[in-house]
Each structure stands twice: as C-alpha cells, then as structure tokens.
Design a protein. Structure first.
Length: 500
C-alpha cells in the first residue's frame, strides 16, 4: 500500500471529487459513514459518545459522524471548538445539518473554555485537527488537548490524532491527543509507523473511502507498506518437478566460543525458509554444537576466525555472515579479506555490521545488491547519528542509493530500503520478537530466500514479512512474553501456509 503525504492525500481527495463528479460534502459523508460502520461493528449500541470537533474539515467529519451515530440510535453529542472565526464550508454545512435535527446535539465551546465533566464510561471521538496541520498546536487548543489527555476515557481519532503531523516526527513537547484507536482514511500516514509518533495513534484501522484508484496508481511515492498482495507478487510456489539443488546452496558464516547459538539459529531458519542445502562455516569449537542442534545443516570448520575462503564459495547461491562471529581485531581483518574476495550479494548482520562500522572504507567494496540488516544502534555506528527515526529512514535511503545496497532497518515496523531509494515498511511482527536471536533468524530467512533465486530486494521484503508473520502466529499461541527466537523458526511453516 502506498503511503502519501498530507499534500498528496488532499490532491487525491480533490481528484476524486472532480473525477467522480461529486461534491466534497458527499465524500465527507462517505468517510463519516465508514467510521460509523466501524463503530457499529466494534462497540455496543448502548455506548455513549462525545465528539470533539474543530473548525476545519476534520471537524466536519466529526459533525457528520455525530449526526449518523444519532440516527443509528447511539447516545452522542458534539462539541465544536471555535478556535477559528470561520468554519470550512463542509464543516459549516454539517453543523447546520446537525442543528436541524436537534440543537442540543452540539454545543459551541468558546476560546479558553474547557470540558471538565465527561464521565469515564463515555468514549471521546477526536475530530479537532486533521492532516492539514501545518505547525505545532499552541495556546488554548494545546492546553485543551493536554487536558483531554488527562481524562481516563477511551479515545478514538478520526483520520489522525489532533496535533500529530502526518509527514514528520513532532517536537517532544508538542501537544498531541493520545488515543487508543485511529480510523485513518485510505492510507497510513508515515508518522503512524515511527515510535516517537506512532505511540499517539494507538491501533490503526485503514478505512477505504473510495478515493480514485487512477490517481493512486499514477502518483509516485517512495514510501509503502508491505501487504499480502505485495508478497503474493513475490512468492514463487514450488514446481513439483524439482529437487534440492533447485532451491539453492546457502553458506552461513559466523559463530565463536560462547556464541554458537546465533549461527545455529541462522542456519536452521535458512532451511525453514526453503533453502535446498545449507552449509555453516564455523570455528572448530562449535562443530559438535551445531551438528547436534541442526542435523540437516552441513558444517565446515575453520580456525579461531571463520572467514578463510573455501572452494565452495563460488558454488554458493547465497552467503550470510555475522551472527556470533565476534568483533576483535582478528575478526575485523578476516571480514576485510572476505569482502575483498566476495563477488556476489551477501547478507551482513550482527557482529559483521559492527566490524564494518570500524572499517567504513569497506562499504564501497560491498557487492552490489548486498543486504545489511542493522537495528537502529548498529545503523548509527555505520552511518552516524540522526535526530529521530524518520530522519534515520531517509538517511538509510541515501546510503542504500550511494552504495547500491539494500538496508533492512529493524524495528517495530522494520523498513526495507532498496538501492532505488524505496522504503517498504513491514506491518507484521509484535513486541514479543524483541528477544535475543530474533535478528539471527531474520538473517537466515533472507539468505535462504536469496539462495532459492529471489532477488536480494525481494528476499528482504519477503523475509521481513515472513519473519514478522511467524512471530505473530507464535505470539497468538504462546504469548508475546514467552516467545523465544526459536519459536519464530518453528512457526515459519504456518506463515508459508497463509500464502497457499
């Protein structure tokens, strides 16, 4: 799904109105109807609502929702905050329509006035400020928002929480309404997908309000979410007339004394991702560990550091390096030699990333299409500090284009950055995956997919989706608290079954 800026969304609204030959108020009525449908599906008929409305089109949405909820038999009242002397035309029209039904259904809240007597069982619907916000809230509205945040009532935002910008991370002290659910029209906003701002929006529900598909398909954006349709376009079901050689030979390099678990998880997950043959190049001290833990993996042993070239390199369809390999000077030298000799795209994770950060000149030597899988702190070591996670994403886009690599920036919504500068936010996964070894599993999955012939970019997108989905399936049965990295591997099979 494409992620549009606030300006692009306004343009899409305008195009839809013109192309469909409808009035803007009709589009607002449609959007309000989708919100009311969601409310009817999720909340009982005896629920009571207070709808806080601004003077712009978001307020118009709120007034239309108030009218439709009332007509559906819900107990509801709107409060119109007059922070502007003029109402938008559609807001004014919906105010008149609501007052025509019953003047007691809406009250006007004058500047410097506050609502202090909302019982805790009443749900507050936020329609004060929408995506047209161009600067941080201030004065009375900022104080009003902060006051509402102190109330214990459940809160639902219409399109976007009031005070939250759509396209940037807000200031730390910005007044933003914090809600439990956001009913977002047609698209995710980028601010929903970052920890500093997404915490205000709660659970996101995308409501299709019928915006023009011609405009959506024709309008370019570098930011997208990964959805099931994208994955089905990448996924290649198996041909019955194939054998293990069809699905590639994978080499995973890593491990050190006390850290053999990392490379063991990577090797096992590469197999579970469908690789035909998996070889692990490990130090001799880990031979018995890996052969015992994963009987299906072949082992090659080396000395203290495990990156000496072996003749099978040229035969391998994919190579992943880093899990558990250590970060001392000898390991750094070995990694430099490896990068000098490797000519095919490689998946680089964990200790190999930190070694790469100590030798930044090696970045220019990385094979084209390689996949780096840093978490935010590893990214900072590689490429420097950023003031927030959204700027870090855009910095990653620059580095991916500069070095012609893929960057998988891990987080709650892991972002896959391609050499063309596209950013794909992953929507699967959960906090239970914040556990040691989960990143090693992802390394194995992506390497295993590349080994089967998926292009590195597609393998990264497919890999993070599968990784997160397997984590979701594991959490559903085991809980987020009890989940460990090995559970993600164990549920990869069920994740693949969702694609059939």
């Amino acid at each position: 799904m494409k992620i549009f800026t606030a300006a692009q969304i306004r343009a899409c609204d305008a195009y839809t109105i013109q192309a469909s030959a409808i009035h803007s108020e009709e589009l607002m009525e449609r959007a309000a109807g989708k919100c009311v449908t969601w409310i009817k599906e999720h909340l009982p008929k005896d629920t009571l609502f207070v709808v806080l409305c601004g003077t712009g089109n978001n307020g118009g949405d709120g007034l239309a929702i108030t009218r439709q909820l009332y007509q559906c038999g819900y107990g509801v009242k709107a409060f119109l905050l007059r922070f502007s002397k003029e109402l938008s035309p559609d807001c004014q029209s919906n105010l008149q329509r609501l007052q025509n039904i019953g003047k007691d259904l809406v009250s006007i809240v004058s500047p410097d006035t506050f609502i202090t007597d909302i019982p805790p069982n009443i749900i507050i619907i936020d329609a004060i400020l929408g995506t047209g916000l161009s600067r941080p809230t201030e004065g009375w509205i900022a104080t009003f928002i902060n006051h509402i945040n102190q109330l214990q009532n459940k809160k639902i935002a219409i399109d976007i929480p009031s005070g939250l910008p759509a396209d940037v991370i807000p200031d730390k002290d910005a007044a933003i309404l914090k809600v439990q659910d956001t009913l977002s029209f047609q698209f995710y906003k980028r601010s929903f997908l970052h920890p500093e701002s997404g915490m205000f929006a709660g659970k996101i529900h995308i409501l299709d309000i019928g915006l023009d598909q011609t405009f959506i398909h024709a309008t370019n954006t570098q930011y997208k979410t990964i959805d099931a349709g994208d994955i089905m376009a990448i996924y290649r079901p198996r041909d019955p007339f194939t054998h293990k050689g069809t699905y590639g030979s994978v080499l995973l390099i890593g491990g050190s004394y006390g850290k053999m678990g990392a490379i063991t998880l990577s090797a096992k997950s590469a197999l579970r991702a469908g690789a035909g043959l998996v070889t692990a190049l490990i130090p001799g001290s880990g031979y018995h560990i890996l052969q015992t833990a994963v009987a299906e993996v072949m082992c090659r042993t080396s000395g203290e550091h495990v990156i000496e070239k072996i003749e099978e390199w040229e035969k391998m369809n994919a190579i992943g390096i880093g899990p558990g390999m250590g970060t001392d000077n000898k390991a750094a030298h070995a990694l430099a030699m490896f990068i000098d000799q490797c000519r095919q795209p490689v998946v680089i994770d964990a200790d190999a990333l930190n070694l790469l950060a100590k030798q930044p000149d090696l970045l220019a030597k990385l094979p084209k299409g390689s996949v780096l899988t840093p978490h935010p702190k590893e990214f900072t070591r590689l490429f420097g500090e950023n003031t927030n996670s959204m700027i870090q994403i855009d910095h990653a886009r620059i580095q991916a284009m500069r070095y012609n690599i893929n960057i998988v920036l891990k987080g709650h919504h892991t972002a896959v950055i391609t050499p063309e500068g596209e950013c794909w936010y992953n929507m699967t996964g959960n906090p239970g995956m914040a556990t040691g070894g989960a990143g090693d599993v992802l390394t194995g999955i992506i390497t295993g997919l590349i080994g089967q012939g998926y292009e590195p970019q597609d393998a990264a997108i497919f890999g993070v989706y599968l990784h997160g989905l397997a984590g979701d399936l594991a959490a559903k049965e085991l809980s987020q608290e009890a989940m460990i990295a090995g559970d993600i591997i164990d549920y990869l099979g069920k994740a693949f079954l969702t694609l059939i």
